[in-house]
Design a protein around this ligand. Structure first.
Ligand SMILES: [Zn+2]
Ligand SMILES: [Zn+2]
Length: 326
């Protein structure tokens, strides 16, 4: 049995355009992702429910793929209105409560990577102000990897797929995958800047690549992404994304010199003309590749000045170590 899935395109104020909410009209009636907390988004959702002949009051479950505002902004209001229960992965709990800590950590992060002082307040303020696009979710039912949940008349398997967001999940039923933002047809998901509970930056790109490889092995036939129309099968798209990441990594490696360059400087070379909104995305991507290059000993991190950090090509190539006997 396959689930009935009604995509609802919900407008967002972000450059990515509309986000997909997926209404599963069979019992228990379920909505996967909700759109941001705006009047237009709420109107689009109402039209979607009405078009499917499903009263909002019959909504029983709200499943959230991850803690980005365009995906969960309306969840609290919808739950209050319908009595639906909300389910999500606990690793995104700080995002669901709209923790102010992120903006503080972002400030330190931007300084460390040599973003000009004149620009930093604008970027941090942009991050603070977009929190208006969601109501905080102080509690929800936790979903762990491998959990099974009834939604829209069928049982879904929860796949924890971190990398774009720490608590990102996909939902799989047979050959159908609700993919959130980990697998999009037209854009590559960003290994978005993330901080662990200790405030340290999480290396997100290795997590994202591992999540993609896991999904490639499953090769679902029908992918319902967080943005854009359904597509499938997943395999060729994932191969193309992995190839694109490999090319990008070579580009970052080629930008390294023997003198350290900051991530801001490298991001400027890699993405000339990127605007402020995209600055954090660009830094996330560059640092993701630097994390991988450092792990492969193709790059080194070095403190520059008092509290900044730069990245350089290793002074001498690593001697190949003899195999075995370690
Ligand atoms: Zn996202
Ligand atoms: Zn998204």
């Amino acid at each position: 049995m396959t689930a009935r899935i009604v995509p609802i395109a919900i407008p967002t104020p972000f450059p990515v355009g509309a986000v997909n909410g997926y209404l599963l009209p069979d019992a228990p009636v379920t909505l996967i992702d909700t759109g941001p907390k705006t009047g237009e988004a709420r109107a689009a959702l109402r039209r979607g429910f009405a078009g499917a002949g499903v009263p909002l009051s019959s909504l029983r479950r709200i499943l959230l793929t991850h803690g980005h505002l365009d995906h969960f902004g309306q969840a609290a209001a919808l739950a209050a209105e319908s009595g639906a229960e909300i389910f999500a992965h606990p690793d995104d709990a700080p995002k669901f409560i709209l923790s102010a800590t992120l903006a503080d950590l972002l400030l330190v992060f931007l300084r460390r990577h040599a973003v000009p002082e004149g620009v930093i307040p604008t970027v941090v303020e942009a991050f603070r102000s977009i929190r208006r696009l969601a109501d905080p979710l102080p509690s929800f039912q936790p979903l762990a990897d491998g959990a099974r949940i009834e939604a829209g008349g069928v049982e879904w398997e929860v796949l924890h797929t971190p990398g774009h967001s720490a608590g990102h999940i996909c939902l799989r039923h047979g050959g159908t995958l609700i993919a959130g933002d980990v697998l999009l047809e037209e854009v590559s998901p960003n290994p978005f800047l993330e901080f662990g509970p200790d405030g340290r930056r999480t290396p997100t790109l290795p997590l994202l690549l591992a999540s993609l490889r896991r999904l490639a092995a499953l090769n679902p036939a029908d992918v319902y992404p967080g943005h854009g129309p359904p597509f499938g099968p997943a395999g060729p798209r994932i191969e193309a994304m992995l190839a694109q990441h490999a090319r990008r990594q070579e580009e970052v490696a080629a930008l390294l010199t023997e003198a350290p360059r900051t991530a801001f400087d490298l991001a400027g070379s890699l993405f000339p003309g990127a605007d402020l909104l995209n600055l954090v995305l660009a830094l996330s991507e560059v640092l993701g590749h630097l994390d991988l290059l450092i792990a492969q000993r193709h790059a080194e991190e070095e403190t520059v000045g008092e509290d900044r950090v730069g990245y350089r090509r290793p002074a001498a190539p690593e001697e190949a170590r003899p195999a075995g006997n370690d």
